[in-house]
Structure formats: C-alpha cells, structure tokens
Design a protein around this ligand. Structure first.
Ligand code: GRF
Length: 221
C-alpha cells in the first residue's frame, strides 16, 4: 500500500514556541494538497511567537497557553492536553516547541506525535546543535524527524536529511542550510503519516509496512 489519499483527512494539532517556519512548510504542503490532513489548531506557549501570525494568515485557529501561567509542569501539561484533546487529533506536531513534557503527556500521544530536531540524531540531543557539530569537527550535520518518547530527543527516528559541513561554515550558515532541509523532511513525514504510510508499531518505525533501520529514512534532494 503506497497511497491512501482516499482515507479521511487527518486532524492535526501543531505546537510552536517561535518563528514557525516548519509550521509554514507544513501549511504550504496542506494547501498544495500534498498532505491529506488539516491543521485544527496551532498552540503556542509564547504570546509573541511569529508562528501564530503564520496561522492567522492561513486562516488556522491559534491560541496561547503560557507555561508561565502554571505553577508546575504537570498543570501546564494538563492544560495543553485539554486543548489538544478538544480537537481529537490524529497527529500532534511539535514544530519548535521549547518545553519538556511530563511522561503522562508523552505517553498520551505515543505513536501519533512527531518532533523535528536540528541534528543527525542520536548525535547532539538538546540545544546548540550547530556549534556542537562544528566543535566536534563533524563531516556532516543535518536534521531528524522522530516520534516522541519520554527520552528527550530520543524517540524512534523517521526521516533524516544530512548536509556536508563546509570549511567556511559557522553555526549560522549551518543553521540556515539545516533549516532548508527541515522544510523538506517535516512536510514529507507528515504527508507519509497522513497517508498511513509512516507508522510507529511496537516501537519500530515502519514505512509502507516495512521497518526502517534505526537511522530512519535517509532523505536526499
Ligand atoms: C528548528 O530548528 C527545529 O529543528 C527545532 O526548533 C526550530 C524551530 O524552527 N526543533 P521554526 O520555528 O520552525 O522556524
């Protein structure tokens, strides 16, 4: 089975904290009818996230749930869960959402929550990935879409895109080239998920029913 565009459009909720360029890439793919799904809601934990403006321009509802309004992680996550579940999502997309979740939150959406991380996981989990790749004199760097588990940036890998690190690169130039690849692989992962091609089955990522190796699908332009 390679395509199920006739199946019902998936319901998608996107969580952001910032610029939302990955959100934009996904909005563009939905509008181009590449993705068999609809974004029901964009949730930001920050009032000034530019991604909220992108949602507004695309006529997608947006809301803010400020982590600073809650006394602890658990009550913030409960508020997020209430909003997310009110949209009955098939897929929850983390697109630059800069908060760490409780295990309850992660487990609630296991098998249907994706994240994008700016490194070739499992290398460089966490922050400052571009500078760390340079400091370690890596030959390549890149980005990864993965399913989300309790381990931060540690869930099963779905798609990776690698770029060569050039002698003249700095953290900023690397970030820009990695970002371009993010905008290729995130919409692709969402497209495949919404066509029931990309699935997490018993902890294994499958594409078209076949388990991918631990590095996920290797995307090339
Ligand atoms: C991206 O670099 C992504 O890999 C990371 O957060 C950043 C979000 O960028 N998780 P944007 O808001 O989508 O432009």
């Amino acid at each position: 089975m390679t395509s199920t565009m006739t199946s019902a459009a998936k319901r998608i909720v996107v969580l952001i904290s910032g610029s939302g360029s990955n959100l934009q890439a996904i909005i563009d793919a939905v509008n181009a009818q590449r993705i068999n799904g609809n974004i029901q809601m964009v949730i930001s934990n920050k009032d000034d996230a530019y991604g909220l403006e992108r949602a507004r321009q695309a006529d997608i509802p947006g809301c803010v749930i400020r982590h600073t309004d809650y006394s602890d992680r658990d009550s913030f996550d409960q508020a997020l869960i209430a909003e997310i579940d009110s949209h009955s999502p098939d897929l929850v997309i983390l697109a630059g959402f800069m908060r760490i979740f409780t295990p309850e939150f992660v487990n609630r959406y296991s098998d249907r929550m994706l994240n994008i991380h700016p490194s070739l996981l499992p290398k460089f989990k966490g922050l400052n990935t571009h500078q760390r790749a340079l400091d370690d004199a890596e030959a390549q760097h890149g980005c990864t879409v993965h399913f989300v588990t309790e381990e931060l940036d540690g869930g099963p890998l779905a798609i990776q895109a690698a770029i060569d690190i050039l002698p003249e690169d700095n953290a900023s130039t690397l970030q820009q080239r990695v970002h371009r690849q993010e905008h290729n692989i995130y919409p692709l992962a969402v497209e495949w998920f919404c066509n029931d091609r990309l699935q997490l089955i018993s902890g294994q990522v499958q594409l078209d029913g076949i388990s991918l190796d631990s590095q996920g699908y290797q995307y090339t332009e």
